[in-house]
Design a protein around this ligand. Sequence first.
Ligand SMILES: Cc1cc2nc3c(=O)[nH]c(=O)nc-3n(C[C@H](O)[C@H](O)[C@H](O)COP(=O)(O)OP(=O)(O)OC[C@H]3O[C@@H](n4cnc5c(N)ncnc54)[C@H](O)[C@@H]3O)c2cc1C
Length: 499
Amino acid sequence: MFSTKFAVNSLQRNRSTAWRSFSKTTATFADQYDVVIVGGGPGGYVAAIKSAQLGMKTACVEMRGRLGGTCLNVGCIPSKALLQSSHHYHDAKHHFADHGIVFDGDLSMDIDKMQDTKSKTVEGLTGGIEYLLKKYGVDYVKGKGKITGPNGVEVALTDGGSESLDTKNIIIASGSEVTPLPPVPVDNAGGKVVDSTGALEIGTIPKKMAVVGGGVIGLEMGSVWSRLGAEVTVIEFLDRILPMNDTEVAKKFQTILKKQGFKFNLKTKVVKSVVEDDGVVLTTEPSKGGDAKEEKFDVVLVSTGRRPYTEGLGLEDVGIQTDKLGRIEVDSHFKTAVPSIFAIGDAISGPMLAHKAEEEGIACVETIAGFAGHVCYDAIPGVVYTYPEVADVGKTEEELKEAGIAYNVGNFPFAANSRARANGSADGFVKVLADKETDKILGVHIIGPNAGEMIAEAVIAIEYGASSEDMARTCHAHPTLSEAFKEACMDTYDQPIHF
Ligand SMILES: Cc1cc2nc3c(=O)[nH]c(=O)nc-3n(C[C@H](O)[C@H](O)[C@H](O)COP(=O)(O)OP(=O)(O)OC[C@H]3O[C@@H](n4cnc5c(N)ncnc54)[C@H](O)[C@@H]3O)c2cc1C
């Protein structure tokens, strides 16, 4: 604690003296920065706030016109707003009667109102980030940034003209974009073949919707429109959905989604799409080749993945390498081949998740400020925000087998959890994987109500190196869903009580 304060204070003193000696550039913004961040998404804006909190003079360059990046504008937040609205509708239509709540008239869905609520949420939150940058004294530079050298960023300003920013350090937080799928070109404006951004803007409920790609984004957006009445077919190249998740969980999840009305064409590839006046004809084939089939859909969502966005940054000119997937190469301290230039978030390797980008943003600026910035990559949770939710942290059973690590498995179904039963939502289970010899928790996989909130306890367990017995002997409030985690831990090293 003492050393941190001392270092921050000395940094603040340095800022007011040393940096002033640099020559002036054009006028609008401060003439010398400690840190310039290119990109105002969760990685970039969090890095900017932390950098300013550490006493460094900071600018954040963003070209979108709004802060918050993919996450707040066209990702996490708008998708969760639509998931929430559609969940309310689905619940009201299919489950309220179980609780004695009966509508006399028809229940209907006002899509414009739902979209309006989503837009207001996005507006409020992105405005909030702008307020935070102001509060902490970060210069928000609106425009597209290009790196001109180890200490220079040239910004083509949104309002015209350009600005040269001199800086001791640069952090690239330029994020990611949708990876195109050549047989199915996206046209969000047309509204028939859309990517995730277009799927957030659909104005009428499609009768038939195809989701190409059975990953997190496809299943979340598919859920929104399925709950509202669309017949959703998932077309997936592999033999399973959620390829990064534990297989047992992914299988259970697929069964639950099927019960909700989803159709699945696994081991199938899309080879052609033809847009017609009244829909889109998709031609598919078995992944390994074989007879082609045609089917017409009102809307096709292409959700086969995202790739780093580094266009126009001028990386090659300053000697920064990207790997074959386009990810900027960095060392374990986020440093590129140029010592004063760092990169974080979706633009580098690792899971493309907002919270991963944020952790990297903090660790990166702490490293720049001379502290021991660190991210524990074993303890980054992943969540699918469907109903029920799917959440995981740490290793899957398949990964442990492949690494030759002996493990114990504990499992507890929500059907045996009193709160889940009282809530009338008891599909799913908690699965705990712990080292056979030491009992240290190595992975936790949850499919069930509120899994996205429940996983936080497992993240802490992994971060602090807890054993399954540690967690099982920790008192959990009753009746809560988190008792299922406690009992799964009991099952891992001994036996559960309620199953
Ligand atoms: C539909 C959808 C749902 C998602 N849901 C979740 C979720 O629930 N949870 C989760 O953790 N993650 C989710 N994600 C992923 C999450 O949005 C990203 O992992 C996260 O936003 C990455 O943060 P970032 O800061 O690295 O990049 P981004 O958020 O992509 O931000 C980068 C920013 O940099 C700007 N930029 C790029 N180049 C320049 C330049 N040269 N000059 C100026 N500005 C530039 C871009 O305009 C952009 O605003 C979702 C993504 C999508 C598409």
